[in-house]
Design a binder for this molecule. Structure first.
Ligand code: CDP
Length: 788
């Protein structure tokens, strides 16, 4: 009873050359699955074919007869150590392995431990599980109806499938604004469940060394320190203390938020290693990854926007059902169950807003991870950008002019939004104007008018988004109580070379390059002389990890602050060497010189050597600093994207003819990396706009569980991206930088959807839910009487 494919098709590891020595694992193109330890055992997971069913019996006899199989681990086994349930990041509970019932198709039911990956897979294929199917609850609306089967029967006194209600804003003021509005528009917007689909799936090698009582886990995690703390809190009672746990996150093949949570496979591998004293490897195959973890979105939104006759926006009202699957395992800051969804007023100067979200349990795997998005910002941006477009069309105004009229103006920053956020800086009109000039907006509108006369369908879509990235400040943001700061520790060696370690963890964003650039710029030490390291909890300072575009805003700032501490000490050492007062020195990167006598100077390398050989009496030796940076505010990158589409009336296919993205992430540290981030982000925005969706049938069977059905765009489907930028520095970041990693994923879908509706508005189409697939458009066109 397992959904897994045969070992020949599943798993990445079969095509990757394994290396025998685990010590090579840093910065050498090495992934978790490459780690092979002597005597290593392998896990394979038996998964449920049912979305909701009682487990009657698990028969392991046949599996145990497979050569190489050592054990079949069940929920009952873990229950002996109270490890069959674990807490989620939102303080809900999630099964590691079930004892009574399964709650979604592809849920872990048992694990087979064997001496080889193949034996484990063969064993998993013959574990016989008897199920007693229960009715599946798939639609979150139906889940809330009276009489719906209650899913979380494990929770005492739980009488329904409602998880939480959360609301924000001034309800009365918003209702008043709607009552007084000249025009209102209302739309149902569904933002479907999608998957991060990283190239590398999730996995780990857990190695409990019985001699020194230490657990080392090489794992695909974006947040190694937080994971170490969670492991210590969850497994402290079985003897795992935090100083005896080492998490190593080597190279990661894409994270996008999907590698933040703890998945059952990690816990089973750790438990198996602690029990056997052997290293245990668990690596998901592609289908397991697509069917069981790393899900995002699944927001059912009802949005309303109010305006005056002249087109001045006045108020926004939103109600949302958030489908979390069977447990709320969303990766959100604790205080915000709907993440930062309340940045949904976007780039517009709205005076009143109110937003409500209800979390709902259904028979699906846990969702709600921050997929290349700062905690539900993509959902917020899609909603406001669609609604603003609908209002502009409703009023018969040009969507660009309409946005220009309603933007928060540059002189209004710092700007307090109706939902309480303080935007640091912005020039929305500047970015949109640059995008309009870049695509030749007026000419495109003329072309569209002519084509429309000929019956051709061309659309121009705009998305002028505002992001909110760089969590903390820690007074507002924590994950499981861990405050959201981040860290940099710098050690300068006597010969002037340096090592810098960070609490973040790159997944391909080029941290090694950009952090070295920041340090080189501040300290005047060549970047090639700086070793940057992340991802090893035994060496790196504590940090909350990399997701939600927080690395540059938080750890990048920590690099600057730690550098400045080094310079402060270096100034005293240089003054000692030059026999002047520290105040008599001027500093330029890499050099301290005497004011008025520029020839009397000491380099940072001279100072580093003296820090160990000739430092002033009374001063501690060494040249090191650490910063645990707690940002005073988030950063608010933004952008304006313009998309041009042509729609084929015969097939319903949407062709993105042009797409220009103007981004503003404040001061740019590395233009090439930023451009790469935008290109990748745009493709990950195109994907849900036109292709990707994980849906379920009425029985809870997953419909997009392999790459045959879950359509990840390839180079063939991806248009040529045109990019550009404006620069509006963040006033509070030490380098004036804002995050950028996810801007494009957040901003792109609305530009594409707006372009499609712009092409179809004259036919009476007001909204199309993403993904905008050819059959969906074809059907719409036929409904509106359009034929070839
Ligand atoms: O947290 P994550 O690294 O995913 O995101 P980020 O800080 O938004 O930026 C992604 C990458 O873009 C960073 O690692 C930097 O390499 C680069 N970047 C930059 O060069 N200048 C900026 N202002 C922002 C980011």
């Amino acid at each position: 009873m397992t959904l897994r494919t045969s070992p020949e098709v599943g798993g990445m590891g079969h095509s990757i050359k394994r290396k025998e020595d685990p010590r090579f694992i840093r910065g050498k193109g090495t992934y978790v699955d490459d780690v092979v330890l002597p005597g290593m055992l392998y896990l394979d997971i038996v998964r449920s074919p049912h979305a909701h069913a009682k487990i009657v019996k698990i028969d392991s006899a046949k599996a145990m007869a497979v050569p190489g199989v050592l054990a079949v681990i069940t929920g009952q086994d873990l229950a002996k150590y109270n490890l069959h349930w674990m807490p989620t990041l939102m303080s809900d509970t999630q099964m590691v392995l079930p004892v009574e019932k399964v709650m979604y198709q592809a849920q872990e039911v048992a694990a087979v431990l064997a001496t080889s990956r193949y034996a484990a897979a063969d064993g998993a294929a013959v574990v016989e599980v008897e199920y007693d199917p229960l009715p599946a609850v798939v639609d979150p609306h139906k889940a809330l109806e009276p009489g719906a089967p209650v899913l979380r029967t494990d929770k005492k006194d739980k009488k329904d499938n409602h998880i939480w209600h959360w609301e924000w804003g001034d309800r009365a003021a918003t209702d008043r604004a709607f009552a007084e509005a000249d025009v209102t528009v209302k739309e149902q917007i569904y933002i479907p469940r999608i998957h991060v689909a990283s190239i590398e799936t999730c996995g780990c090698i857990a190695h409990f060394d019985k001699v020194d009582g230490k657990l080392t886990v090489w794992m695909t995690t974006q947040a190694p320190h937080a994971i170490r703390t969670v492991f210590a809190l969850v497994a402290g009672h079985v003897g795992l203390a935090e100083h005896k746990i080492r998490i190593i996150s080597p190279d990661i093949g894409g994270g996008f938020g999907g590698k933040v949570p703890v998945y059952p496979g990690y816990v089973i591998a750790v438990a198996a290693s602690v029990l056997t004293g052997k290293p245990v490897k668990w690596i998901e195959d592609r289908m397991e990854n697509l069917q069981a973890d790393s899900f995002a979105r699944d927001y059912h939104i009802t949005a309303e926007l109010a305006a005056k006759k002249d087109g001045t926006l006045t108020a926004l009202r939103i109600k949302t059902l958030a489908d979390h699957g069977y447990t709320d395992a969303a990766a959100n800051p604790s205080k915000f169950p709907a993440g930062l969804f309340h940045v949904c007023t976007g780039s517009y100067d709205l005076k009143a807003a109110h937003v409500e979200v209800d979390g709902v349990y259904t028979n699906k795997p846990p969702g709600g991870i921050a997929y290349r998005c700062s905690f539900r910002v993509t959902e917020a941006v899609h909603t406001i950008e669609r609604m603003v477009d609908i209002m502009a069309h409703q009023l018969g105004q040009d969507p660009a002019e309409f946005r220009m009229k309603n933007f928060i103006r540059p002189e209004q920053f710092p700007y307090k939004s109706a939902l309480g956020w303080e935007y640091d800086s912005g020039n929305y009109g500047g970015a949109l104007q640059k995008a309009m000039d870049g695509v030749g907006y007026a000419e495109l509108r003329r072309e569209q008018a002519e084509k429309r006369k000929r019956g051709e369908l061309m659309g121009i879509g705009i998305s002028s988004f505002t992001e909110i990235v760089g969590a903390g400040p820690s007074k507002h943001f924590d994950i499981l109580g861990l405050k959201m700061f981040d860290s940099c520790e710098i050690r300068i060696h006597p010969t002037g070379k340096a090592i810098a370690r960070f609490g973040t963890k790159s997944q391909g964003q080029g941290h090694e390059t950009t952090y070295a650039q920041i340090l080189a710029e501040e300290l005047g030490i060549p970047a090639a002389d700086i070793q940057v390291e992340e991802g090893d909890t035994d060496t790196a300072p504590y940090g909350l990890g990399t997701y939600a575009s927080r690395s540059t805003p938080v750890a990048g700032a920590a690099a600057a602050v730690a550098s400045r501490k080094i310079i402060d000490k270096g100034r005293k050492i240089a003054a000692h060497l030059l026999e002047v007062a520290p105040e008599d020195l001027v500093y330029e990167p890499g050099k301290f010189s005497v004011k008025g006598s520029p020839n009397r100077s000491k380099t940072i390398q001279d100072v580093a050597f003296a820090a160990y050989t000739n430092h002033p009496q009374g001063m501690e030796a060494g040249l090191e600093a650490v910063s645990y940076y707690d940002p005073p505010n988030l950063t608010y990158p933004f952008g304006s994207y313009i998309c041009v589409v042509d729609i084929d009336k015969g097939t319903g296919e949407v062709k993105v003819r042009r797409f220009l993205a103007i981004d503003d992430c404040g001061n740019i540290i590395n233009p090439m990396i930023v451009q790469g981030q935008v290109h990748g982000g745009l493709t990950m925005g195109l994907a849900p706009a036109l292709f990707e969706e994980i849906s379920y049938d009425e029985f809870g069977n997953v419909q997009g569980g392999s790459f045959i059905d879950y359509l990840v765009p390839t180079a063939v489907e991806t248009p040529k991206w045109e990019t550009g930028h404006t620069v509006t520095p963040s006033p509070h970041h030490p380098l004036g930088a804002k995050g950028v990693g996810e801007s494009a994923t957040v901003g792109a879908p609305a530009a594409i959807a707006n372009a499609v509706v712009d092409a179809l508005w004259h036919l009476g189409v007001r909204h199309v839910d993403i993904p905008i697939t050819p059959p969906k458009v074809w059907k719409l066109l036929r409904e509106k009487g359009v034929t070839e």
